[in-house]
Design a protein around this ligand. Structure first.
Ligand code: AVJ
Ligand code: FE
Length: 393
């Protein structure tokens, strides 16, 4: 009996190669399902000047996989060296992606299939190495499926059933319906904690090295700001009160004549259920103004991570909307770019703000407690909301 159980167990445990191919396969299903309802024009059109045509994302996913797995990991020549520039995010920035000769939707899908076939063969032949580059490629495709959802949301083309109506499982105890953030503060005493990813397992370079951070006491809201709270802010003159806005935020608002928020909640639900959903598509400038109007501030990313990883705090609704932090994007002390230099380092500096937590559109594989996302403070296309913080006592 024991030997049969062991044999069964061994047969059921996939090899590292099978695990990688399985994960790549699931990411691909997710990508293709997202565009299966779209026609040629919807896939080729520029829906927004800050987003790529969807067919570009498809070709880019394939080119990235070919570069990292077929070429760099397995040592093959690129399948389509002629496309390397077209699908390189830096050589062809988003604003230029509508004007260039990229593959059409059918050719992009064929390119994805051809790359996947040779990658599967190479992995079966040569293995996955330590697995990290494979995991990076899996997560790259998953991250692009969120980027593509942003484009689809702008174009009004999200597939049926998205965004989902249901709140995700609450972390710990759920608050009663109608809960207001004003009543729901969690308190963290002053102290040190280990921030960032440990040395084992996959993490992006910007999550390492793990290092000790000392924090003052702080308070952080149990849940993100709801769409209903946001509407009250708008109706209460939120976009007219100069004193609530940073100089930069006010200038942005004036220049683009922004007088309100489109009142998009994270969930698809209408009415009361929708109003209790976290506010979504909020820019950093707006999040910052909302916080000031409520005698609060944005959490630093260290505070956010401390709260998300400290089991005594009951942090609700993480992963529904990205949460803007007050932090700019930079390397942790001792940062080493690895292995994909252009992933993080080129965005370090004062321009980008960090978001934490993940959204309904983020794959669970990507949204870990140490994952750092970033974008410019004026951007509203992200599925981003705000969770308030205050100094503690
Ligand atoms: C981590 C979401 C900011 O979209 O620029 C995709 C992810 N990097 N391809 C981005 C990424 C390269 C990245 N973000
Ligand atoms: Fe990319």
């Amino acid at each position: 009996m024991a030997s049969i159980a062991t044999a069964t167990h061994q047969a059921a445990t996939p090899s590292p190669e099978e695990q990688v191919l399985g994960a790549l396969g699931e990411a691909r299903e997710r990508t293709l399902a997202l565009v299966s309802h779209l026609d040629e024009d919807q896939l080729t059109r520029v829906h927004s000047s800050i987003m790529s045509p969807l067919a570009w994302d498809l070709g880019h996913i394939a080119a990235y996989e070919d570069l990292w797995l077929a070429h760099r990991l397995a040592g093959l020549e690129l399948l389509r060296p002629d496309l390397a520039g077209v699908y390189d995010a830096f050589e062809t920035p988003r604003a230029a992606r509508g004007d260039i000769e990229a593959l059409g939707p059918a050719d992009a899908r064929a390119y994805m299939r051809a790359v996947r076939t040779r990658v599967a063969e190479a992995i079966a032949r040569q293995g996955v190495g330590d697995g990290d580059v494979c995991e990076m490629v899996v997560r790259h495709e998953l991250q692009h499926s969120e980027t593509m959802r942003q484009t689809l949301a702008i174009a009004g083309l999200l597939p049926t059933g998205e965004p989902p109506d249901l709140a995700p499982p609450a972390v710990g105890v759920e608050h009663p319906p109608g809960f207001e953030h004003e009543d729901g503060w969690l308190e963290s005493p002053a102290g040190s904690f280990a921030m960032g990813a440990g040395e084992t397992g996959f993490a992006y370079d910007n999550e390492r090295p793990r290092h000790t951070v000392a924090l003052r006491a702080f308070r952080i809201a149990r849940r993100p700001v709801s769409a209903a709270s946001w509407m009250r802010f708008v109706e209460g003159g939120g976009y007219e009160r100069r004193e609530w806005w940073s100089d930069e935020g006010w200038a942005w608002k004036e220049e683009h004549d922004i007088t309100h928020h489109p009142a998009l909640a994270a969930g698809g639900a209408d009415g009361e259920a929708g109003e209790l959903q976290p506010a979504c598509h909020v820019s950093w400038f707006e999040a910052d103004a909302f916080a000031r109007a409520h005698d609060a501030r944005l959490p630093s990313e260290a505070e956010w991570e401390r709260a998300a990883t400290w089991d005594q705090l009951v942090f609700a609704q993480v992963g529904r909307v990205w949460e803007w932090t007050g932090s700019t994007f930079g390397g942790y002390p001792g940062f080493v770019a690895h292995p994909y230099r252009e992933y993080s380092e080129v965005f370090f500096g004062e321009d980008y703000r960090v978001l934490r937590g993940g959204s309904w559109a983020t794959s669970p594989r990507v949204k870990t407690a140490t994952f750092r996302n970033w974008d410019l403070p004026q951007r509203r296309q992200i599925f981003a909301g705000v969770r308030l913080a205050r100094d503690g006592s």
